[in-house]
Design a protein around this ligand. Structure first.
Ligand code: WT7
Length: 637
């Protein structure tokens, strides 16, 4: 596949950028022209950020799977679409060509149809990183069902909340998932989740770990049996459902500053164009290259840059079931060596953790196939950036530090590999079509360079979220009401003398722990559910490997006899309510929390204490009871 919209030089980037600002509709129409549409759009863009109401390519009809599969069959039928590397390096890897993938997606799409799934129905997917996960996602898209993938690290309660919010009618899961030396009993977690989910009529279970499972009569079905049934019917084709450009493609739940995760909604046409455009340009993908993104499909990175972006571009995408440290800290490098990987896209937290093992696991691995490296999910510190550059890229691979969010659908601010001059710690420049702006507290634009502010985007882009599922008002208040006529990202940002952007981290109550997004209110709610807990306050603090750690201040009803056991009980409660990823790293028992006279917790002070900046607490004059702060400082962990 050739990509006529691939930027080839810095001059071309600048020209494209200018054009995208002066004539956004013309710019995106030119890109969208290179996709397969059943019917072309009538209007490229209609929008206002007030409601908000954003529509791209209205009147356009398409199916994203025809762009990811059917259109490649003639030229790329025998080309690997997915290379799958299992958790256990001794087990055989799998290579799935575009033709195989097409056949498997059609087959499973027919399974979904046989089980009553129709266009617009919501399907929850809770699986490990096996090819069947990608097949399940694409099969939903094929028939116009809306997928909601839930990451395997979330608890039964979290899954139940997501299923109920989306009113999903079918769940696709596995018996279990292998991750490192763990065997996660996915089906059993689903069984717990479904006790409170009457909307779910069927569960399809794919075999992976052979963990014993209970199969409920009339509700639970084996993936393999259902496939056999389609084979008995003679494997009929599965024509793609014709979707409107603005029909929902998927929901993905993410944390915000308030308690309940929200279902970010992406639509078919704009998301497809944007995921593809950003993939092809950021990584400068060339036909035949092997591309490896280490994310999990349970997060947006996996949706856009393991599945939809690469496959719509006819790329070869490598999917890895396991974790970077299993069976040893050289696993990612062994995979690069084994499959001659050309592009590696990973997270700072993984780099920092692997750095800790020294160069032993890197030496004797042939990394000469690598051409481009990428980082995503959190700010990358300079030390990790240089280690990645020198020891993995051997000084010859560009690094793209890509800033974006679940809500943006795709990469927003990033160097273009080999074209933009890079600077460690900087996401550098916006991609064409993206108009960032920094504002102060009052929403006034901060102009010029060498400035700091809150990062907003002032013009729509095709991959942006359209709503939060079932609650449009929440979408408006969270993203479009803070500042008039702007999309507010929640991130702080500085712009240096070259006009380069550096993301400094969230300015709201959202934490980024090992690249996982967690709301402080969510963790507090979970802690508060534990019997004996009166109140809690959760803040982030700098953590060498995770980027941010979770620090919880907890008030209990009475002094506990065994504080260590109570801490463990609280961790267990958080695991149950949210999942192990949200477990606090530190729990400090306190007798009170610093509050203002109006009863608001002064988190700023708690953050400072957690960071260890005890002498620098800032203005404490509005504190109701200054003695509380002194006590917290004395017993700090
Ligand atoms: C938040 C979004 C982007 C997909 C994975 C995370 C932080 C993301 C960077 C980066 C600094 C970054 C931001 C953002 N973030 N990429 N390159 N440099 N910070 O998606 O879970 O929606 O989280 O991750 O704070 O708002 P997400």
């Amino acid at each position: 596949m050739a990509y006529p919209y691939q930027i080839k030089s810095l001059e071309e980037y600048q020209q494209n950028y200018q054009q995208s600002v002066m004539d956004p509709e013309g710019f995106w129409a030119n890109v969208a022209d290179h996709f397969y549409w059943r019917r072309k759009w009538d209007k490229v863009l209609e929008w206002n950020f007030k409601d908000p109401d954003v529509k791209w390519f209205t009147g356009g009809k398409l199916n994203i799977t025809e762009n990811c599969l059917d259109r490649h069959l003639g030229t790329l039928g025998n080309t690997p679409a997915i290379i799958w590397e299992p958790n256990d390096p001794e087990e055989h890897h799998r290579v799935i060509t575009y033709r195989d993938l097409y056949n498997k997606v059609c087959q499973f799409a027919n399974v979904l149809k046989n089980n009553g799934v129709k266009k617009g129905d919501r399907v929850c997917i809770y699986m490990g990183m096996i090819p069947e996960l990608a097949i399940a996602v694409l099969a939903c898209a094929r028939i116009g069902a809306i997928h909601s993938v839930v990451f395997g690290g979330f608890s039964a309660q979290s899954i139940a909340d997501r299923i109920q919010d989306a009113q999903a009618s079918l769940v696709i899961t596995c018996d279990g998932a292998f991750r490192g030396n763990k065997d996660i009993p996915l089906k059993s977690v689903i069984d717990d989740a479904l006790m409170g989910c009457p909307s779910v009529k069927k569960v399809i279970v794919c075999t992976r770990t052979r963990t014993p499972v209970s199969m409920i009569k009339g509700r639970d079905l084996w993936w393999e049996d259902e496939i056999k049934q389609v084979e008995t019917m003679g494997n009929p084709p599965c024509p793609a459902e014709e979707m409107d450009a603005e029909d929902m493609l998927f929901i993905l739940y993410t944390s915000g500053s308030t308690g309940k995760p929200k279902g970010v909604v992406h639509t078919c046409g704009g998301y497809m164009v944007y995921a593809n455009y950003t993939f092809v340009n950021t990584f400068q993908y060339q036909p035949g290259e092997v591309y490896f993104c280490t994310a999990d499909v349970g997060w947006i990175t996996g949706h856009s840059y393991i599945i939809y972006g690469p496959l719509s571009a006819g790329a070869t995408t490598l999917m890895f079931e396991g974790v970077p440290t299993y069976p040893d800290a050289g696993r990612l490098w062994s995979i690069v060596d084994k499959f001659r990987v050309n592009i590696l896209y990973t997270a700072p937290t993984a780099i920092r953790s692997l750095m800790g093992y020294g160069l032993g696991p890197v030496n004797h691995k042939d990394l000469s196939s690598l051409k481009k490296l990428g980082s995503v999910g959190e700010p990358i510190n300079e030390e990790a950036w240089h280690w990645f550059k020198d020891h993995i890229g051997k000084g010859r691979c560009p690094i793209v530090d890509t800033w974006w969010q679940t809500e943006t659908g795709g990469i927003m601010i990033t160097p273009i590999a080999g074209i933009t001059k890079e600077k460690p710690g900087y996401a550098t420049l916006p991609l064409p079509g993206i108009q960032p702006i920094l504002v102060d507290e009052k929403g006034e634009e901060i102009t010029g360079n060498n400035v700091n502010g809150n990062l907003c985007i002032k013009f729509p882009w095709p991959g942006m979220l359209r709503t939060t599922y079932g609650d449009h008002e929440r979408c408006r208040t969270t993203y479009f009401a803070t500042y008039d006529n702007l999309y507010f990202t929640g991130d702080g940002c500085l712009r240096d003398e070259d006009g380069y952007y550096r993301i400094t981290g969230r300015v709201d109550d959202v934490l980024n722990v090992s690249g996982h997004r967690i709301g402080t209110a969510e963790v507090e709610n979970a802690i508060n559910m534990h019997a004996g807990v009166v109140e809690s306050a959760v803040v982030g603090y700098p953590h060498d490997i995770k980027g941010q750690g979770i620090y919880a201040y907890v008030i209990t009803e009475r002094q506990t006899h065994d504080p260590e056991l109570t801490k463990k009980d609280i961790l267990q409660t958080v695991s149950r309510i949210i999942g192990p990823i949200a477990k606090p790293d530190k729990i400090q028992f306190v007798s009170g929390l610093p509050k203002t006279r109006s009863g608001k917790i002064m988190r700023r002070i708690l953050r400072k204490i957690a960071e260890g900046e005890l002498d620098n607490l800032g203005d404490t004059s509005t504190l109701l009871d200054p003695a509380v702060v002194e006590e917290i400082k004395r017993s700090r962990l």
